[in-house]
Design a protein around this ligand. Structure first.
Ligand code: NAG
Ligand code: NAG
Ligand code: NAG
Ligand code: NAG
Ligand code: NAG
Ligand code: NAG
Length: 277
């Protein structure tokens, strides 16, 4: 009897049972749930980490299944392709969200809504072609954002306007086009003392290939040179027919002129496009 009690106690200290106590509603094999009491004066505050990495998740976890004291949520290395509006709603204590190495191509406006404490967001190594400022609405505590390893070649004016606390930004891609369309980003980073990571280097035009973005001068970001075309996979294909009223939030398509993002009415929303003279 005594022995059995000890076994239970030990099992409770390590692994499974502790996880189940903190995350009673979460019954997914690839997920682990650990909790700790915060150090310092607020010792009674419980900080929970939920990690569901290297699973086969096709969607984010329903946030109602997670305890609202979840501080860290790791969903990296899964097969998530869409971030729906309100995906993380209710996780008011969340400080770190890791979504790297998924298949995310669509992020609905409001997908990251309701995360006032979020400090670190990793969206790297996904298939994001288009981003809009609405995606980042309400992320007023965000200090680190990683967008590297996606498929965009440019970023639209004012994209980070909502991110008033941002300190570090990564956005290296295989088709990053350092031209006049990114001049705003250089100015904005300087004005708001945001550090652009060294690894964020230009790919096009060839004259600037390999140059860290942050070392450029504004006059180097020009659209006067010959047009060089980033060739990248089109998602979805250019042949796709889109009817008015179809649900295609922030679909992205690559044309010979650059990246065009379409809203759900099929109207061009964000352009990284240059006129050919
Ligand atoms: C809960 O406990 C069961 C049995 O010990 C275990 O199989 C399961 O993985 C645990 N769930 C979590 C989220 O830890
Ligand atoms: C978490 O939920 C409980 C009730 O389920 C509530 O009392 C508490 O205030 C919530 N905490 C936060 C940080 O929202
Ligand atoms: C997201 O969903 C909420 C609640 O369903 C709704 O009120 C809001 O308008 C939606 N936001 C967007 C941008 O669609
Ligand atoms: C950002 O993402 C890229 C690609 O996954 C990775 O190489 C880099 O280390 C990341 N940076 C940080 C600070 O996490
Ligand atoms: C940066 O600051 C300068 C001077 O205060 C201002 O003229 C410019 O519009 C700002 N640029 C951006 C992108 O915020
Ligand atoms: C590319 O730009 C040219 C000139 O602006 C325009 O005539 C052409 O239709 C564009 N091509 C595509 C596929 O958008």
């Amino acid at each position: 009897m005594k022995l059995l009690l000890w076994v239970h106690l030990i099992a409770g200290l390590y692994g499974g049972t502790a996880g189940n106590r903190s995350c009673p509603d979460l019954i997914i094999d690839s997920c682990s749930c650990t909790s700790e009491r915060s150090k310092g004066p607020g010792r009674q505050i419980i900080r929970i980490k939920v990690a569901c990495s290297h699973g086969e998740l096709l969607e984010t976890l329903q946030s109602s299944l997670l305890p609202n004291q979840t501080v860290t949520l790791i969903l990296s290395n899964n097969k998530i392709s869409l971030l729906k509006n309100g995906s993380f709603f209710g996780l008011r204590s969340l400080e770190r969200l890791d979504l790297k190495n998924n298949l995310i191509s669509n992020i609905e406006p409001g997908a990251l809504y309701g995360l006032p404490e979020l400090k670190r967001l990793d969206l790297s190594n996904n298939r994001i072609g288009c981003l809009s400022p609405e995606i980042f609405t309400g992320l007023t505590s965000l200090t680190k954002l990683n967008l590297s390893g996606n498929i965009f070649s440019t970023l639209p004016l004012g994209l980070f306007i909502e991110l008033s606390a941002l300190k570090v930004l990564h956005f290296s891609t295989e088709s990053l086009m350092c031209d006049c369309n990114l001049r705003w980003l250089l100015q904005w980073a300087r004005n708001s003392s945001v550090r652009i990571a060294d690894e964020t280097v230009c790919v096009y035009p060839s004259a600037l290939q390999g140059r860290p973005f942050k070392t450029l001068k504004e006059n180097q970001l020009s659209c006067d040179g010959p047009l060089e075309l980033p060739l990248f996979q089109m998602i979805p294909s250019r042949q796709q027919v889109v009817f008015h009223g179809d649900r295609l939030p922030f679909m992205c398509t690559a044309t010979e002129n650059g990246t065009i993002c379409l809203d759900k009415d099929g109207t061009a929303l964000l352009l990284g496009v240059r006129e050919i003279e």
